[in-house]
Ligand binder design. Sequence first.
Ligand SMILES: [Zn+2]
Length: 327
Amino acid sequence: MTKRLIACCDLGGTKMLAGLVSSQGELLAVEKYLINGRGSPQAVLDDLDAVLRRMLASIGRKYDDLAALGFSSTGVLNIETGIVAMNHNIGWVNVPLRDMAAQRFGLPVILEMDANAAALGEYWKGAARGISAFALVIVGTGIGSGLMLDKRIWHGAHSVAGEIGHTVILPGGPLCGCGKHGCLEALASGLAISRRAEAALKLGRTSVLQVSDQAISGQQVVEAARAGDELARSILEESGFYLGVGLANLITLLDPQVIVIGGGLGVGAFDLLEAPMKRAVQQHLNYWAARSTPIIPSALGEYAGLYGAARAALDAVSQSILSEVTK
Ligand SMILES: [Zn+2]
C-alpha cells in the first residue's frame, strides 16, 4: 500500500475537486473544475477519468498506481448501497454512483457524504487531528455537519445523520428550502443572509448594498460588513447569534471536544461571526454543559472533503470492506 496512490474527488453542486493523495495523506495533485452543463453521471465520470489521467501524468505516475477511489458527494446518499438518492443541484435521482465508478475505473470505490468526508479530512490532516469526538459544522449556501463520535463518523440509521441545518431553531421562522419554518439553515446560511439583506433593502434601510436584478450574495454582505456597513454588520451579527444557538444545542447533546466551523461563509467570515456566535453559545448552554468547548475554523478549507474521501477509501481498502469491483 505504501507506494500506491488514492484517487479522491469531492462532487459539489456546481464544481468538482479531484486529487491524488499518498497513503501517508500527502495531497500530490489537485484540480478544480466546473460541472455546469455536464451533469449526467456518465459525463461526470468521463471528466473525472480525464482529470485523473492528467494529474497522474503531471506527477510521473501511472494509472496502475491507483489503489482506490474515494468519492465525496453532496446530496442525499445511501452509504451502504452507494446510491445517490437525490442531488437537486445536478438533477440526479437514485444514481448508483459507487458501482458505476467502480465499473468505470476498475477500482474499489467508497462513497461518503460531503460533510462526513470533510469531518474525516479535518480528523486526519486538519483542525481536529486525532480528536475522537467533534463536530464539523459547514456554513455555506446551506448548513450541514459531520459528526465524529468515538473516532468514527456517525452516519445514523439511514445515512442521514448530521443535518443540523434542518433542526428548528425558531418555530414559525423563515421558510427553509426543506419546506419547514425556522430551520438553522433558514436563519444563518449564506442564502439566509442574502435574503435578509434583500428584505431590509426593500424596506428602505440604507446600505452600500443595492437591490438589483441579481440576488445579493452572502459574500457581498460579508464584504460590505468589512467595509463598515451597518446593515451588513447587523445581518451577520444575527446569523452568528442563530448559529450560536444551534451550536449550544449541539454541545448540550454531544459534549464534543471541539467544534470546527467549515464552509465558504463559515471560514471566510469566521472573524465576523465569532463574537455573536460565542455569546449565543454561552447564553444557551445549561450550567452542566461544557461551556469551554473550543469553536475553531477549519484548517483544510475547501480541501477537507478531498482528504476525507481519500481517508475513507484508504480505511476501506485496508479493512477490505469494499464492494466487489466489477471489471
Ligand atoms: Zn430546513
